[in-house]
Design a protein around this ligand. Structure first.
Ligand code: BTN
Length: 247
């Protein structure tokens, strides 16, 4: 991964740039990195703060020849790869909040956005967008975000070498992707569950069908989140936003 590298200065979004390259036939492993994004995108159409030179804003192209329904598994794989890579480079304890936010001390340090194109129910390509708040300082964030987000530098007290971090991310990604292609989802599922902060806690999930509250107990074989409801029954969730369970 990363042998075809497009290193750019200021662009709207690495996602758009890589999707354009993917449509032109770019090969698996192609990587787009930007120093700064002017329209960085997050999940649910949110804006992603991407100031110059302080973060890792990049998109990686995958071309897995698997059915479209496997996309949730790749989402979870991305979270495990990124959390393992960061742990190798920076002395911080990382927790994965379902499906793929990485937290340090309960605050978000990284977000992942998967965008895919499919044909005949099979994935044609997946653009994996990775946003990591590396060397940002408190003043780089809008005030209201500070209680929810943190950078690796703020969390560890150390300035992090971004090139080393990117190399380690590619290494972990390639390893886990190979493992997934050889052995399927089972090993990824165990790794994700071991790093999760979502499991076994009372959780409010805003699903497209409305909010549900329950206790996530684990992943199923397809990558869905298995939530135990008050009456003891289980529901499998593929898409939702986790909310606060307030008093
Ligand atoms: C989220 O947590 O909402 C996902 C954030 C993903 C941000 C990354 S930064 C690189 C890539 N380009 C984008 O415009 N977004 C992703």
């Amino acid at each position: 991964f990363g042998r075809k590298l497009h290193l750019l200065d200021v662009i709207p979004s690495t996602q758009d740039e890589l999707r354009r390259l993917a449509e032109q036939g770019a090969e698996e492993g192609t990587l787009v990195i930007a120093e700064q994004q002017t329209s960085g995108r997050g999940r649910m159409g949110r804006h992603w703060v991407s100031p110059s030179g302080k973060g890792v804003w990049m998109s990686l192209l995958l071309r897995p020849s698997v059915p479209l329904q496997m996309t949730p598994q790749l989402t979870l794989l991305a979270a495990v790869a990124l959390s393992r890579a960061i742990s190798r480079e920076v002395p911080v304890e990382i927790g994965i909040k379902w499906p793929n936010d990485l937290l340090v001390g309960g605050k978000k340090i990284s977000g992942i956005l998967l965008e895919s194109a499919a044909e005949d129910e099979r994935l044609r390509y997946v653009v994996v967008g990775l946003g990591i708040s590396v060397n940002l300082e408190a003043e780089d964030y809008p005030e209201e975000l500070l209680e929810k987000v943190v950078s690796l530098k703020m969390a560890s007290g150390k300035t992090i070498n971004r090139s080393d971090l990117i190399a380690t991310i590619l290494d972990e990604f390639e390893r886990l992707y190979d493992l997934y292609m050889e052995q399927g989802f089972a090993p990824i599922r165990s790794l994700w569950e071991a790093h999760s902060v979502t499991l076994n806690n009372e959780t409010l999930l805003y699903t497209p069908q409305g909010p549900i509250q329950g206790i996530p107990r684990g992943l199923d074989g397809t990558g869905g989140l298995q939530v135990e409801m008050k009456d003891g029954s289980f529901r499998t969730i593929y898409s939702a936003e986790i909310g606060e369970v307030g008093p």
